[in-house]
Write a protein of this length. Sequence first.
Length: 522
Amino acid sequence: YAAAQLDRPAEAAELAEIGRARWLDQAIQLAAVRGSALSADIKAAVDEAHATVLELERRELELLGQGVTGAVRDLENYFGIAFGTSAKVRLTADPHGEEAKTRAELAEVRARLQSAHENLCRLLNSISDDNLLSKRPGAAQIKETARQAGFPIAYLLSSVWGSVAIMVREEVEVVPLPGLLRSAVQDLLYGGNGYISLLAEPTSQRLDASLRAIQATLDAHVFPPLTAWCRDTGTTAVGVIGLGDFGLLPIQVSSVPAGLDLHVLPSARALRLSLDRRQSHDAETKSLLTIGDPGSDGLRPLPFAGVESSVISALFKTGGASVTDLSTTPTVALVEQELSSVTHVHLACHGTFRPFSPLNSVVHLGGSEQLQVERLLRPALKLVNAQLVILSACNSASGERLRTPDEAIGFPAAVLAAGARTVVAAQWEVSDAVTLLLIHRFCREVLAGASAARALANAQRWLMGVGVTEIGVAIDQMQSSLAEEPRSRRLLEEFKNEIGAMGTAVPFADPSYWAGFVCVGA
């Protein structure tokens, strides 16, 4: 902020990029090492060091999840109820010393983990090839990234003195965001109706109130000057990187004007990664891998996610795409076998993002099978041909944001690291039935030729304003495409009847229904 106010915009942009998604940098570097011409001994040493880090991080997570606290977390995952906010659980006795043993082992694991991290960093730093190192981009590199993306990069920053947008394209400009102090942003996040505390209650009316307060603040202080700048410069798309507290706000809840495409970015480095993987597939046949409601152990069923998978499959087939539906046989081996060849991936299932060990994050498949993000990076990037990955109904946002504020969209960033160009993902969990309406509309737009950012914006505007009659027409269209799936047709009919009984002309106007999804990447 000081650099921006001192008329040093280039330095402000470079400082804004510092510290963004640090774990992503390491993931990029590890992938580069594995795909390089370095000796087998060096690659083996790096792989072994990284495997040690991941295993210790997994053990740390296991120890943190044991006992009463771990049991409560499991119940929250299954029922979707935040027990921790309404019930206080206290361990009053430890007759067998189990809690003491756990604490002792946790301390020992963390000491070993620190040493393992240092060893991995030493190994990576010993590699002298500049092409394999994750360099922090300077202002010139950020400008070049914006040029190749075709849209400017906007760093949003709030401070105790005020807020600014640092706009990077051919040049770097500072756009003031008047009347918005950091205290106001923090109140939106952590106040009485704070967004962060309410994420555990995705169906709560309080979350709707919180999102509306965020929407009002963004509409009053952020997007008017931002869109005015875009209008004056002829800009039709913008990539937004929120810094610190700004990075935690769901900025897509704002009333972004029609015609302005919004890309949410972890960092300029993540965008650079996305652009490097951009390939010209427009003339090629699209291919889809889809998984819907695979029946994961210990997690609540997602019946409409299964319907969504069938509906999206039908859409892609109508558009001439080849489709592989692994909803009934979603093993890790089969999924990995298909991932490297498809252009589109649609995962309508649960996911767990682990902020302290992002590469240990998982997508939950059938039974106890889990697709670990780290596996997507080895031996070669498994999503390198993927134009678009849709994480639908996933818990793709971090549940422990207070301790990892700059990794709020970590799951999509991890998928970018695995080679995908663009990711559309949920920041909180919404009704899988309502998500079906949004994703169906989104995919129709994509298959009609719209960019992912434009398609998502159009789908969200449609859902926030659509009436009961038009929803019924959309559901009828889905039913007609599922002539041979009586269970899915029955679920859709029940959903249509429920909407009709709501007694609301515009049933899904509340932001909690439509604002949860973001477009990340190019």
